[in-house]
Design a binder for this molecule. Structure first.
Ligand SMILES: NC(=O)c1ccc[n+]([C@@H]2O[C@H](COP(=O)([O-])OP(=O)(O)OC[C@H]3O[C@@H](n4cnc5c(N)ncnc54)[C@H](OP(=O)(O)O)[C@@H]3O)[C@@H](O)[C@H]2O)c1
Length: 354
């Protein structure tokens, strides 16, 4: 790359926005030139507006920038959205209509039939939906799945391809930072587990079907579409007093018999659709199986591969379905900011940026 691509960050002051700031100011391809947030923050310096809570130092360049509102700005061809979902539907459409490519963390357009919902290693080929281009210019919206969906689907994908999957049951234990900043009041979460996260179970039961689905090119110039996978998924979602890192307890029934060593080999050998593309944010291994009986754990394992590797452990027979295992993924890195940066890199590599 000769010069960096100027980018904007919508929702730059929030939990995911701060991760984007932390990861993008040092990025080899992208250069944040606009930090956007609500009218409450607009006009203030980023250092004042963002209640910086990451252990990483706030980049000095970001600290000194003045926060802007969310009006589209044609100086950037690419925008990362980490907006509150209530504000995102309108704002993301406005940026896309202005001819800008929006890479979004929000739920608003994930299940829209014209919008790619992509985990780069799993279904980067679904970006072909961008050729449908329902937005003017070369604008568009590309979405990153829900933060628990990402860990679940990355763990499922190698098994789906190798053995088929007939049914999945997943119980999540989701970190506090998944609720944004300041998020769940401490008094609700300390010494406690909350067995409800609004809308989350539905996302976990539907998004994987689109992601594991197949892209079908349209006949004679018609737009392409996704044929969703067909398998029942039952999800139960809990908020737990962990800072970062969503854990999942997963049980599944496979399409054909498999030995445990074959399942583990499928995970360990998985490199996915980003293999060989030399994308700066792609981890060496998207999945890592840990053989110790008490892993993965959020505190010990969430930063594996810079937070981009999903850790799996405790594969064992399930007396109800076939197999059960544990999954851990970092919700604001792999599940949000890092995931969208990798997705944007893939868009650039595949030529979807003007
Ligand atoms: N946290 C996670 O682990 C995670 C993972 C995956 C996806 N997501 C999704 O990512 C998005 C951001 O999540 P978050 O956890 O970072 O939330 P958050 O901490 O609450 O941050 C929300 C951001 O949106 C801005 N905002 C709120 N209302 C706005 C408005 N009316 N107009 C313009 N900007 C507005 C806020 O700006 P001000 O500071 O100015 O209010 C802030 O920058 C959400 O859609 C969430 O569902 C989150």
């Amino acid at each position: 790359m000769i010069s960096k691509i100027p980018v904007a960050i919508l929702g730059s002051t929030g939990a995911v926005g701060q991760r984007l700031v932390s990861l993008l100011f040092d990025h080899p391809w992208f250069e944040p030139v606009l930090l956007c947030a609500s009218e409450r923050s607009a006009g203030r310096s980023y250092a004042e507006a963002a209640d910086w809570f990451l252990p990483e130092t706030l980049p000095a360049k970001a600290a000194a920038m003045t926060v802007a509102g969310c009006t589209p700005d044609l100086r950037v061809p690419l925008v990362f959205s980490a907006l509150d979902a209530d504000a995102a539907a309108k704002a993301e459409a406005e940026w896309a209509r202005a001819g800008i490519l929006v890479v979004s963390n929000t739920r608003c357009y994930r299940m829209d039939a014209t919008v790619p919902l992509v985990i780069p290693e799993v279904n980067g080929d679904h970006l072909a939906l961008l050729r449908n281009r329902v937005w003017p210019g070369r604008g568009g919206i590309v979405t990153n799945p829900n933060c628990s969906t990402i860990g679940l689907v990355l763990a499922l994908k190698p098994l789906f391809d190798a053995f088929g999957i007939q049914a999945v049951q997943a119980v999540t234990m989701q970190a506090a930072s998944g609720a944004g900043y300041p998020g769940v009041p401490a008094i609700d979460l300390i010494d406690n587990i909350v067995p409800y996260i609004g809308g989350e179970e539905d996302k976990l039961e539907t998004e994987p079907l689109k992601i594991l689905g197949r892209y079908q090119a349209g006949a004679s110039g018609e737009p392409g579409s996704i044929q969703p996978a067909s398998l029942p998924i039952s999800a139960s979602c809990y908020r737990v007093p962990v800072l970062d890192g969503h854990s999942l307890a997963v049980s599944l029934r496979l399409g054909r018999k498999a030995k445990p060593e074959d399942i583990i080999a499928a995970w360990q050998e998985f490199r996915g659709q980003t293999a060989g593309l030399d994308l700066p944010s792609a981890p060496q291994r998207p999945l890592l199986y840990l053989s110790a009986p008490n892993r993965p754990q959020p505190r010990l394992d969430r930063l594996t591969g810079g937070g981009m590797t999903v850790c799996i452990g405790r594969l064992r027979p399930c007396p109800v379905l076939d197999w059960k295992f544990a999954v851990l993924s970092h919700n604001t890195i792999r599940g949000a900011a890092g995931g969208t940066i990798l997705l944007a890199e893939l868009c650039v590599r595949q030529g979807y940026l003007k």
